[in-house]
Write a protein that binds this ligand. Structure first.
Ligand code: HEM
Length: 158
């Protein structure tokens, strides 16, 4: 098992021990297993950004001065954090608060429609990269991402 796989398996273990949670818990194992299959492909994150930039020149413009190599790593970690938050892991909130601050009104000012496009593009890329991604898996991804990114978006407005 690779180091990366161990890290994602770690999330699965946390998820299974998750304490109480306010909103209905999606079946996180579907997303965790699917994410593991996606990141096993070297081109997963690159494909995501290619689609995202094609979908919106405004989004592409935001990344004009960004080191995309470094961004790949950051975004993989951020997706894991969103899954952890869905599992009710409080520590994930802190990490998402930091992202909300850089992306919010006082920072890069990422708008709700950009976030929505991010979610749609991620679900589309997962469908392409995970051969086992059926409708149920894709919809569970959408629920998990919408929870985490809805949180980011709200925290960034304050
Ligand atoms: C369309 C929506 C989004 C846009 C346009 C956007 C834009 C950016 C840009 C331009 C950077 C690089 C900043 C730099 O070069 O220093 C960045 C960094 C980052 N983004 Fe996003 N982002 C979006 C959505 C998200 C989402 C949904 C997440 C979480 C899953 C996320 C997580 C991060 C992280 C962790 C970093 C690196 C640390 C930081 O700058 O806060 N982004 N984003």
């Amino acid at each position: 098992m690779t180091y990366r796989a161990v890290r994602i398996t770690g999330v699965a273990q946390w998820a299974s021990q998750a304490p109480t949670h306010n909103s209905p818990m999606p079946d996180l194992s579907l997303v965790i297993d699917s994410y593991r299959r996606c990141v096993a492909r070297a081109d997963f994150i690159d494909r995501f950004y290619i689609h995202l930039f094609e979908a919106s020149p405004d989004i592409r413009e935001k990344f004009r001065d960004t080191d995309l190599e470094q961004q790949r790593t950051m975004i993989r970690k951020a997706i894991t954090t969103i899954i952890m938050q869905s599992a009710g892991i409080q520590a994930a909130n802190l990490s998402l608060d930091r992202i909300a601050a850089t992306h919010g009104k006082e920072g890069m000012n990422i708008t709700p429609d950009m976030y929505q496009l991010w979610i749609d593009t991620m679900v589309r890329t997962v469908r392409e990269c995970d051969s086992q991604c059926d409708h149920r898996v894709a919809e569970t991804w959408r629920v998990v991402l919408s929870q985490g990114i809805g949180y980011l978006s709200r925290r960034g407005q304050g």
